[in-house]
Design a protein around this ligand. Structure first.
Ligand code: SAH
Ligand code: SF4
Ligand code: F3S
Length: 481
C-alpha cells in the first residue's frame, strides 16, 4: 500500500533544512555545464561525508545523464531522489535517517518518486536498509554505480534492488564526472579508491573496500580537460594519497604519488594542485620536495594526527608514533618553510587518559596547525576497536576534551592569521564573498580564505596579489595590490 495521499509534504521542515547554510554546501546544486533540454527525467542528489563522496556524486550524475536523467535542485521536481551517505560516525548516519524522513514525505505526495541510498551507509547496511527504511527503492555501494541504470529500471517495474559489490579494480577511470559543483574554478579529481589501512576506529575499509589507484593518464586528461574548461584548481583525492601507485600495463613503469603530483603540476602553471588526505606513515620527502619545486602545487598539507600520544596511536593502529609524526612535521617545515599543516583529531578514544589527551594538546602546539577537524570517538560496529576495546570514556569526558581542543584550535588559527597581517599573498579568485557582491573571496596557497574588494576586469579564475589588512579566526581581509 502506498502512503495515504492526504499526507502533506512538510514544507516547513524542508525550508528549515534548506535554510541551513550547510545544506547548500553539501548539495552540489549548480549544474552550469548541462544543457537541460536533453533530459526527459530528473534526479535530485544530496551528498554527505568526505570529498570522495562529493566526487562520487559527480560520477553518478554522469552515469545518470547518459540515461536521460538531468539534475534538479528541487526534490519536488525529481523522478529520482538520491542520497550519497556517510557512515564515519553514528551522528552522520542519524543525520541521514532524518533526511530520509523528508524524502518519505515527498514520496507520500508523489508515490512514483524513486528513492536511492548510495555510498558508505548503503555499503555498511546493505539489504537491511530496505527493511529499516521502507521508502527506499535502491541501495547502491560505492563500487556499483555503473549498475544504477539497471537498478533504476527494475525499481520502475516495482522491484527493489541492492548492489553493494566491492571491487578490487573499479576506479571509474573512464567516466568523465558531471561537475555538480559550485564555482567553475576548483574541482575534485579522484585518484584512488578504498583504503588498505586498518585504523581500528575506522569504518572506511569496510565501506569502500581495498585500495586501488587510478590510471595516471586518465588523471592528467581530466586535469587538462578541467583547465581547458576554465578551472584553475584541482584537488587530488584519496583516503591515503601517499600510497598512490599505478603500474602502466604496457611499459610496467610504476607511477608514485610524487610523480603523479609532478605530472599534474605540468598540465599548466596556472592550474593549482591540492591533494588530500596524506597519511603520516606514508608521506615521503620526495613528495615534500615536489611541492617545494612547483609554485602551483599548494603549500598546504592535511596530515591527520588523530592523537598525540604513542600508546593511543598504537591502539588506533595508526602505525606511527608521536616521535615519527614530529619528525614528519619537522621535515615539512624544513623543506617547505611556509607550508600550512592541518589535522584531524579524535578525543576520548578507548582507555585514553587525561595525560594522554594532554599529549594531543601539546602536539597541536608543536605542529602549529592552521586548521583542524575534531571529533569525539564514536564506536562503529564491525571495526577492530569495536571488537577489541571497550568504549569506556564517558560521553561528557569525550565532549569536554573535544571542547578543549576546539577552543585551542580556534585560538591557534587566530594567532596564525594575525601573523599574516601585512603579508601579500597570491590568491585565486573563487567568486563573490558570501556577504557582499562588491567583494571577492579566494584562497592563498596555504588554503586560507581571503576577502577583498573587487576591482574592474577581474573575476573567478583570475589570480591576484592581496595584502592582508585585518583578520579574524577564520578569514583574512585584504586589498588587491
Ligand atoms: N583517510 C583519512 C581520514 C578519513 S575519515 C585519514 O586517514 O586521515 C575522516 C576523519 O574522521 C578521520 O581522520 C578521523 O579523525 C575521523 N573519524 C574516523 N572514524 C571515526 C570514529 N569512529 N569516531 C570519530 N571520528 C572518526
Ligand atoms: Fe580510515 Fe585509517 Fe583508512 Fe583513513 S587511513 S580511511 S582513518 S582506515
Ligand atoms: Fe564517510 Fe565514507 Fe567518506 S564513511 S568520510 S563518506 S569514505
Amino acid at each position: 500500500m502506498h502512503a495515504k495521499a492526504s499526507v502533506m509534504i512538510d514544507d516547513k521542515a524542508i525550508e528549515k533544512v534548506k535554510s541551513e547554510k550547510r545544506f547548500y554546501k553539501r548539495t552540489g546544486v549548480v549544474f552550469n555545464d548541462v544543457p537541460s533540454a536533453e533530459f526527459n527525467k530528473r534526479f535530485y542528489i544530496e551528498s554527505y561525508g568526505c570529498a570522495m563522496n562529493f566526487s562520487d556524486s559527480e560520477i553518478v550524475a554522469s552515469i545518470l545523464s547518459k540515461e536521460g536523467y538531468g539534475p534538479t535542485k528541487n526534490m519536488l521536481d525529481a523522478d529520482l531522489i538520491l542520497v550519497n551517505t556517510c557512515s564515519i560516525r553514528e551522528k552522520a548516519e542519524a543525520n541521514i535517517r532524518q533526511r530520509l524522513k523528508i524524502f518519505n514525505q515527498v514520496k507520500a505526495e508523489k508515490p512514483d518518486t524513486m528513492v536511492g541510498v548510495l555510498g558508505c551507509m548503503a555499503e555498511r547496511l546493505k539489504a537491511k536498509l530496505l527493511d529499516e527504511e521502507k521508502l527506499v527503492d535502491i541501495v547502491v555501494g560505492p563500487d556499483a554505480y555503473r549498475d544504477l541504470p539497471n537498478l533504476i529500471n527494475n525499481a520502475e517495474l516495482g522491484e527493489k534492488g541492492v548492489n553493494v559489490f566491492l571491487s578490487r579494480e573499479e576506479t571509474y577511470a573512464d567516466i568523465s564526472p558531471l561537475r555538480l559543483g559550485q564555482n567553475g574554478v576548483s574541482a575534485f579529481i579522484s585518484i584512488m579508491r578504498g583504503c588498505d589501512n586498518m585504523c581500528s576506529f575506522c569504518v572506511v575499509p569496510y565501506t569502500r573496500g581495498r585500495e586501488r589507484s587510478r590510471n595516471a593518464f586518465t588523471v592528467i586528461a581530466e586535469a587538462q580537460d578541467l583547465f581547458d574548461k576554465g578551472y584553475r584548481e584541482v584537488t587530488l583525492l584519496g583516503q591515503n594519497v601517499d600510497s598512490y601507485k599505478w603500474e602502466n600495463p604496457e611499459t610496467k613503469d610504476v607511477v608514485s604519488f610524487a610523480q603523479l603530483l609532478e605530472m599534474v603540476a605540468h598540465v599548466n602553471p596556472l592550474l593549482r594542485v591540492r591533494f588530500s588526505t596524506s597519511h603520516p606513515k606514508d608521506i615521503t620527502d620526495e613528495v615534500l620536495h615536489t611541492i617545494a619545486k612547483y609554485n602551483n602545487i599548494c603549500n598546504y598539507i592535511h596530515l591527520p594526527v588523530q592523537s598525540g600520544n604513542s600508546r593511543v596511536l598504537e591502539l588506533m593502529n595508526r602505525t606511527y608514533d608521536r616521535e615519527w609524526y614530529k619528525e614528519r612535521v619537522d621535515s615539512i617545515y624544513r623543506i617547505i618553510p611556509d607550508c600550512a599543516i592541518s589535522s584531524d583529531m579524535i578525543t576520548g578514544f578507548c582507555t585514553e587518559t587525561e595525560e594522554e589527551h594532554k599529549d594531543t594538546i601539546s602536539m597541536m602546539h608543536y605542529a602549529k596547525y592552521t586548521m583542524s577537524y575534531m571529533f569525539y570517538y564514536s564506536e562503529r560496529p564491525g571495526t577492530l576497536a569495536a571488537k577489541k576495546y571497550e568504549d569506556d570514556i564517558p560521553i561528557e569526558v569525550k565532549k569536554r576534551r573535544l571542547a578543549e581542543i576546539v577552543e585551542l584550535q580556534m585560538n591557534m588559527s587566530h594567532e596564525s592569521n594575525k601573523k599574516d597581517i601585512g603579508k601579500t599573498f597570491e590568491v585565486l579568485i573563487e567568486g563573490d564573498s558570501k556577504k557582499s557582491d562588491q567583494q571577492f573571496k579566494g584562497r592563498n596557497s596555504q588554503n586560507k580564505m581571503l576577502i577583498f574588494n573587487k576591482i574592474e576586469n577581474l573575476g573567478p579564475g583570475d589570480y591576484v596579489n592581496v595584502k592582508v589588512d585585518s583578520v579574524n579566526k577564520a578569514t583574512l581581509f585584504g586589498t588587491i595590490v
